[in-house]
Design a protein around this ligand. Structure first.
Ligand SMILES: Cc1ncc(COP(=O)(O)O)c(C=O)c1O
Length: 391
């Protein structure tokens, strides 16, 4: 498991970072500091350039504590917060591209990103092209003089292709094109895009970092000062704001991230291995299993796996599917993932693809393995399969 920039284990860094450090005695966690107006005691302090805290929208000590920990996690120098993971992606692309530019987006992207590409960026004259997530270094052939960003999501959170980020960043570097990686699946803990040459690593903090399904937030982390300035400026221009209360909640999640992820990882692998033995299941999509087509890439670049994976159920009538889902007790049906609870949903991925067809038959089901006891989770799925098979 990797070390942070100061040489300590990331696990230690997540506990020790972002602590209050401007008093002689202080609580172990940064208390919630809510503010819009921030007052200065003197004319000189008001006129000073580069003040630490200027206005609530630009962040208070609560936000600063969280961004320090996120820099630790993603091994970056600068982190900027946004109100959701989706707004982090939109803000980043808006910061990098302007009218007349071209952006490459992986075909495996989380589906609302496609709406940003097709119904938002296009309206402002930014050309969006979707590429094969397995393009690797061949992405070089798609780069144009106007290309201003490559967006990756690895593994794709619906179809779980692992992207060859080092090969993509090598191809992009020679043409000076920033690579942006949605790193939410690894929670920043199991993979480090910046070390692999990416320019920006994005998190939906909503998922594992906040970890309790009660807070929405996104982050953009980089080591590049000029890019950081653009990200910060665009965030401010759009008037984006994260509440101090949410920053506090997300920061509390950081402290236990490493331990929670270990349970998500173990439960997901056990569930995937059990599902692989079921006659109704035709395919497991879990990068940590040797039968995954990108297993070797995952093993090379990742130090572990989180709790999100997929499986393909053989074609069956919809009423059978309904019986499966309706008989589950511990797996809830709902969007998002990364919280403490197990989730399961059908994903109609074929309709989201444009560059590479989705060629499995049957229903893709996405599972998020929560922190429940694994025996209860397996028994729950067993109940679902029995209900499905009974006429
Ligand atoms: C991979 C990935 N990135 C980004 C997002 C967006 O995050 P948020 O819900 O915080 O906007 C999601 C949400 O499901 C996601 O799965």
């Amino acid at each position: 498991m990797s070390k942070d920039k100061s040489g300590r284990h990331i696990k230690t860094g997540l506990v020790a970072s972002g602590r209050p450090h401007d008093g002689t005695s202080y609580p172990v966690s940064q208390p919630v500091e809510r503010a819009s107006t921030i007052l200065y005691p003197t004319y000189d302090s008001f006129m000073k350039k580069n003040k630490d805290y200027v206005y609530g929208r630009f962040g208070t000590r609560s936000h600063r504590a969280l961004t320090e920990s996120l820099c630790e996690l993603e091994k970056g120098d600068y982190t900027h917060l946004t109100p959701s993971g989706l707004s982090a992606i939109t803000t980043c692309l808006l910061a990098l591209a302007k009218t007349g530019d071209h952006i490459l987006i992986t075909d495996s992207c989380y589906d609302p990103v496609r709406s940003i590409g097709d119904r938002f960026l296009n309206r402002y004259g930014i050309e969006v092209e979707y590429y094969d997530p397995r393009a690797g270094g061949d992405i070089a052939a798609l780069l144009k003089p106007e290309t201003k960003a490559i967006l990756c999501e690895s593994p794709g959170s619906l179809t779980f292709e692992v992207q060859d980020i080092p090969a993509i960043t090598a191809a992009a570097r020679s043409r000076n094109v920033p690579v942006v990686v949605d790193n939410t699946w690894s929670a920043g803990y199991f993979f480090n895009p910046l070390e692999a040459g990416a320019t920006v690593s994005i998190q939906s903090i909503t998922k594992y970092i906040a970890g309790h399904a009660d807070c929405l937030m996104g982050s953009m982390t980089t080591n590049d000062k000029a890019i950081s300035t653009r990200l910060e400026r665009t965030t401010r221009q759009l008037g984006l704001n994260v509440s101090a209360d949410d920053a506090f909640l997300a920061h509390r999640g950081v402290r236990s991230l490493s331990s929670r992820l270990k349970v998500h990882e173990a439960n997901a692998l056990e569930l995937a291995n059990w599902l692989a033995l079921q006659p109704d299941v035709t395919q497991i999509l879990h990068p940590a299993r040797p039968d995954h087509p990108d297993h070797a890439l995952w093993k090379r670049d990742f130090s572990g796996a989180s709790g999100l994976f997929g499986f393909v159920l053989a074609p069956c009538p919809e009423k059978q599917l309904a019986r499966f889902f309706d008989s589950l007790s511990y797996f809830g049906m709902g969007y998002s993932w990364g919280g403490f609870e197990s989730l399961i949903i059908p994903c109609p991925v074929a309709e989201y693809r444009s560059a590479t067809p989705w060629d499995y038959e049957g229903t893709l089901i996405r599972v998020h393995a929560g922190l429940e006891d694994i025996t209860d989770l397996v028994n729950d799925l067993e109940t679902g399969f029995q209900a499905m098979r009974n006429e």
